[in-house]
Design a binder for this molecule. Structure first.
Ligand code: ADP
Ligand code: MG
Length: 754
């Protein structure tokens, strides 16, 4: 093999799971199997390269300056990429240039803004499965957040799937082989938008994971966290994976958010999908989802926060009321909304900018973006100062103006810096006297050359004498052929062209050294200064990050208030009671689509006493399914802290929401629809509590009439019994079931007329 191919294989063997982008001059080249895959996925021409063996190595390549787009396409298809750079200057290298992998890019560890979606988080997930419990954590490397939890017991599998459904990670690493993961393994394999790395046992080793976690989070780590071995192992594994991929400073990952049962409403994956919380069922698009209706956020980080809120409705009345107080205040003032919206529209993605600052990949434009976001803070604070609600007042009180960060950036970095960092033009005049001096030398240099030219014309009498510059000779004096006899002896001939000769002089060379030296020096110095400024800002990253979080919150409140006001929502009364009453409720999404006709509002009355189970019948297309989802969505909206589409609403907090909707198109997953339906119902019956809300839409359809009816009746009886007693909506086409109203307490018949 050729020496280059030997080097290639040495590297490739360490990155077997990755597509290696091997830097060769102005290209990243891929070889062998990597080349075959990449040429297919990226539609590149497959060529060959002599590798020293009989057959040529399959090869394809992409230009180095536009590699991100290509990497993006591979990542989208769940491939992982290792970027292998030349790590010494090819001009100075003796023999083969040294190369190293400087970064691995995987779907779950992206930092590049061009590869990330602005509106959603990009989560990497680590799952530690042990005999006794599961530890799971999710991290977004681009924003530095980590969420972790653990669970055990017979429902652990289902809980784990529900968590994965909540966060929708892009990549998962697991400590065991997929074949040993049981149901969870199948669930992961069924998600085409998920890259899976299994059998990463070493990363999950408890002792080293524990150390890693303590080193990363310091005093944030409580003993009780560490005692949860599965959770700690998962977090440690995740950090190790990110660190290995980024090969840089990951100290920007600061927050370890541990959550547990009882903080958020529980919903399984099917429920989320059926209720179309963040994407519509039919098109998988955001359009048509609850998030789509609620999202009027101005900033990318605000949109991400809102999505998280939609995914995780709260259970605490106090926390919900706090959110409501902010939404209400903004809802009542059109002016305040307009003014805040105007300020927020200038806010850039601080969260991700700060990550790049700490990681060390932020450029001068990024720093300027941080400064321009900071510049709106005083105005924003003065708008919030007049607010009365607890929530907005407290945000206003904790809003750091970051004046020091602003002055540092605005004094050091020019207003419109270039994209590149090593070619100068970054540092502002007056920030550093050495930079100013070197620049004056460069500027004067141009004048000096002018002066020399005029002097030489004077001395020699050659009126057409010119001074030019090129890369090979530097500055030179040019004299046309017809005037050569006037050239003095001190000129040293350098080059002969068709109609002129080029010369240098000692004086010219000395001057050139000073000017060009200054240019090189200033570029180096500016880069050093820039790095210093960036490091100084990195030291303040915690403060910037907390401002980012507050801005996002304000943005989310503004969004919820705008939507509430436009769509005429009301503030629901929330309490720990068990009653749900809604007057003239509407379906938040459907009403958007029937705007020009009319959405027929409906009431709801549910409790855990005489109105536990609504048995709903009515003709096809009457609106049964819509009505039931609308009830669930109103409850969810209320627990998010949003206002709700109704005239009046009182919501007793629900701990979990379940739906089993329609025997529709589950066939794709390979199970019979009937089996799937029964599995889901069984899951609901095992997990629902008195405080839950259950929606059954036409259960028992996938079998013969009598079997179906028997199953439906059994489900109604069991759900309504003391064993569960949850608030339930049950739509059915079996009219025979309506007799149950008389036979059981708590069951009430409703019929939808259209
Ligand atoms: P069912 O489940 O009873 O067959 P659906 O809930 O699927 O009926 O609703 C049928 C159609 O009627 C849907 O297109 C829906 O958008 C519309 N619809 C449902 N409820 C209402 C309503 N309250 N007002 C206006 N249109 C509605
Ligand atoms: Mg229906």
């Amino acid at each position: 093999m050729t020496p280059m191919m030997e080097q290639y294989w040495e590297i490739k063997n360490q990155y077997k799971d990755y597509i290696v982008f091997y830097r060769l001059g102005d290209f990243y080249e891929m070889f062998f199997d990597d080349a075959i895959i990449a040429s297919r996925e990226l539609e590149l021409t497959l060529t060959g390269r002599d590798c020293g063996e009989a057959e040529r190595a399959p090869m394809c390549g992409v230009p180095f300056h536009s590699y991100e787009g290509y990497v993006g396409k591979l990542i989208e298809k769940n491939y992982k990429v290792a970027i292998c750079e030349q790590v010494e200057d090819p001009a100075l290298a003796k023999g083969l240039v040294r190369r190293e992998v400087i970064r691995m890019i995987t779907p779950g560890t992206l930092l590049e803004s061009s590869l990330l979606s602005e509106q959603s988080n990009n989560y990497l997930c680590a799952i530690c499965m042990s005999e006794f419990s599961y530890g799971v954590c999710f991290a977004d490397a681009s924003t530095g957040e980590v969420h972790a939890t653990s669970f055990s017991g017979e429902n652990a599998d289902a809980r784990l799937r529900a968590e994965i459904g909540t966060y929708s990670p892009r990549e998962v690493i697991v400590n065991v082989a997929r074949t040993n993961m049981g149901e969870v393994g199948k669930f992961l394999a069924d998600r085409p938008d998920l890259a899976l790395g299994d059998n990463q046992y070493a990363r999950f080793e408890y002792a080293s994971a524990r150390e890693r976690v303590m080193a990363q989070f310091g005093e944030q780590v409580k003993d009780e966290y560490l005692e949860d071995r599965a959770m700690t192992s998962a977090v440690g594994a995740l950090l190790s994976y990110i660190e290995e991929a980024e090969k840089g400073d990951i100290s920007y990952i600061r927050e370890w958010n541990v959550y547990s049962d009882g903080q958020y409403m529980e919903m399984d994956v099917n429920t989320r999908r059926n209720l179309e919380l963040t994407s519509s069922m039919r098109t998988k698009d955001e359009k048509g989802s609850l998030y789509w209706v609620l999202n009027k956020a101005e900033t990318a980080a605000g949109k991400r926060m809102l999505r998280k809120w939609v995914e995780k409705p709260l259970l605490s009345v106090a926390a919900i009321e706090r959110r409501q107080s902010a939404v209400e205040e903004l809802c009542n003032s059109f002016m305040l909304r307009a003014e805040l919206g105007e300020e927020l529209s200038h806010v850039l993605d601080l969260e991700r900018l700060v990550t790049r600052v700490v990681y060390g990949s932020a450029n001068a434009k990024d720093l300027r973006a941080i400064a321009s976001t900071i510049s709106i803070l005083p105005e924003l604070r003065s708008l919030l100062e007049n607010c009365k609600s607890d929530e907005l007042t407290s945000i206003c009180g904790s809003l750091d103006m970051l004046g020091d960060v602003y002055s540092l950036i605005s004094e050091s970095i020019v207003d419109e810096p270039p994209f590149l960092l090593r070619e100068g033009g970054i540092i502002k005049e007056g920030y550093n006297s050495d930079v100013d001096y070197l620049r004056s030398v460069m500027a004067d240099g141009k004048g000096w050359i002018e002066k020399v030219m005029l002097e030489e014309r004077e001395k020699t009498g050659i009126k057409t004498l010119k001074i030019g510059y090129n890369k090979v000779f530097g500055y030179y004096i040019e004299v046309t052929r017809s005037l050569l006899d006037q050239v003095p002896d001190r000129y040293i001939r350098k080059q002969t062209l068709a109609n002129c000769e080029r010369y240098i002089t000692q004086e010219l060379k000395d001057m050139e050294a000073t000017i060009l030296g200054a240019e090189d020096k200033v570029c180096t110095l500016e880069y050093e200064l820039f790095q210093k400024v960036r490091a100084e800002i990195a030291d303040k990253s915690d403060r910037i990050r907390s401002v980012a979080a507050l801005l996002s919150k304000v943005d989310v409140y503004l969004s919820l208030a705008t939507v509430a006001s436009r769509n005429k929502y009301v503030c629901p009364e929330v309490d720990m009671g068990s009653v749900i009453t809604v007057k003239d409720g509407r379906h938040p999404v459907v009403e958007q689509f029937v705007k020009d006709t009319y959405f027929v509002p409906n009431d709801v009355m549910l409790d855990t006493d005489r109105n536990r189970l609504m048995l709903i019948t009515g003709p096809n297309m009457a609106g049964k399914s819509t009505y039931m989802r609308q009830v669930a969505l109103i409850v969810i909206m209320a627990q998010i802290g949003s206002f709700v589409p109704a005239e009046d609403a009182r919501i007793g907090i629900c701990d979990k929401v379940f739906t089993r909707v329609g025997a529709s198109d589950d066939l794709a997953s390979g199970q019979s629809t009937f089996m799937l339906e029964m599995n889901e119902v069984s899951y609901i019956l095992k997990n629902a509590t008195r405080k839950s809300l259950i929606i059954y839409d036409e259960v028992g359809r996938g079998t013969s009439t009598f079997d179906g009816m028997s199953i439906a009746r059994a489900i109604v009886e069991y759900t309504n019994s003391r064993k569960i007693g949850a608030k339930t909506l049950f739509a059915t086409h079996y009219h025979e079931l309506t007799v149950m109203e008389e036979e059981f307490d708590g069951i009430v018949n409703y019929n939808i007329a259209a």
